[in-house]
Write a protein that binds this ligand. Structure first.
Ligand SMILES: Cc1ncc(COP(=O)(O)O)c(C=O)c1O
Length: 386
């Protein structure tokens, strides 16, 4: 760290716990401070320039300040940032998403992926009249009590007991959970390539098993596509031939603004129909605000099948290069993960050399990256880690 970053970090400790607002951004002794970003480059408070492979934890599919996304957001803000009335922009984004998934779906928007997951679980419980949710051990689904790590402090026991975890790809364990608790299972909540658990795609046979077990037990399948949605027009589920009852999205669908979204079959989503006497009451002061909706629609308009394939192809090329150089790497398409022995040390070394990755080693490409920048990213990672 150098002068201005250090000064800001010191100032932050006076008003924020260890100077921190997002645990996911913390790297000891303190992360540097971003000042601006343009395309694939971020500049910090000391003027150090880095190629952004974090992209705000995968959410900035076009990098920073993409012209049409910025224009959409600024245009919406000029007309009013939020209203006590719905706006046409939420219909438009929902139409875009239904079109991309190619299914008759209903959508609800929120301000974060965590909220979307929370409401997916509540929706599944309301729809089935059951309580238990089966999930994968080690997978991250946000900050809701019922999906945080089992040893997270401050979580009441009933919240811990409201879910049961199964190890990724452990088909026998999954079948056994359904054998014993099937009648009380509301849903299986699954990320098809859980980042925290290693960013390794689920085995197709395991996905088949969970679909079979859920169908036989009358439980729903909730697919968390909050990170993986960028991998395909209909998310990662499409490549498994999996049709989720409920899908959570966030990140790229907000064009860089706070967002969460829940989509699902009309019958299931009817649990949120406010005319129903037994409806789930889902508000949210800034849910579906027009700035986010407009920015999200603009970001998705510039990320069609061609762009998705191209970006995934570039990610696959980078992954092959890293693997060929002996760097342990996982992921698929435009999402990669590296596994340094000392993550904080490697993070700083990569940062010093001009590459910003996530503290846990997640690398997310953006359409803003040039071939030259991608080449630099590959060379710097190999040089630092191999
Ligand atoms: C798979 C997955 N689900 C849920 C979330 C929570 O989303 P948010 O941070 O928008 O609350 C995240 C965030 O990284 C995620 O990666």
């Amino acid at each position: 760290m150098t002068a201005e970053n250090e000064r800001l970090a010191e100032r932050a400790t006076q008003v924020l716990p260890r100077g921190n607002s997002r645990a996911t951004l913390y790297v000891p002794p303190a992360p540097p401070y971003a000042v601006e970003g343009e395309g694939a480059v971020v500049v910090d408070a000391d003027g150090h320039r880095v190629i952004d492979c974090n992209n705000n934890y995968t959410s900035l599919i076009h990098g920073h300040a993409h012209p049409s996304v910025t224009e959409a957001a600024v245009g919406a803000a000029r007309r009013g940032s939020a209203f006590g009335l719905p706006t046409e922009s939420e219909i438009a984004l929902a139409e875009v998403l239904s079109g991309r998934f190619g299914r008759n779906l209903r959508w609800r928007f929120a301000n974060s992926g965590s909220e979307a997951v929370m409401m997916a679980m509540r929706g599944a419980r309301a729809f089935t009249g059951r309580e238990l949710v089966v999930r994968l051990a080690g997978a991250y689904h946000g900050t809701y009590d019922q999906v945080v790590a089992p040893d997270e402090p401050g979580v009441p026991r009933p919240a811990r007991e409201a879910t049961v975890s199964v190890a990724q790809d452990d088909e026998a364990a999954l079948r056994s959970v359904f054998r014993t608790g099937g009648g009380n299972i509301a849903a299986v909540l699954v990320d098809l390539m859980p980042n925290r658990a290693g960013l390794r795609p689920l085995a197709p046979s395991f996905v088949t098993a969970l679909r079979e077990e859920a169908a036989a037990a009358g439980a729903l399948v909730i697919v968390d596509e909050i990170i993986t949605y960028r991998l395909g027009l209909g998310g990662l589920q499409a490549s498994y031939g999996l049709v989720a009852d409920l899908t959570t999205v966030a990140k790229i669908i907000g064009g860089g603004f706070p967002v969460g979204g829940l989509g699902g079959r009309p019958e299931v989503m009817a649990s949120f129909d406010p005319q129903r006497p037994s409806a789930i009451h889902w508000g949210g002061t800034f849910s579906a605000n027009p700035v986010t909706m407009a920015a999200g629609a603009a970001a998705l308009a510039a990320y069609g099948p061609e762009q998705i394939d191209a970006l995934n192809g570039r990610g696959d090329t980078l992954r092959r290069r890293l693997a060929a150089a002996g760097v342990e790497v996982s992921g698929r398409g435009s999402l990669l993960r590296i596994f340094p022995d000392d993550p904080a040390k490697a993070w700083w070394e990569l940062y010093r050399r001009g590459v910003l990755v996530s503290v846990n080693g997640l690398v997310a490409l953006s359409t803003a990256m040039t071939d030259e920048q991608l080449d630099t990213v590959g060379a710097v990672i190999v040089d630092t880690l191999a």
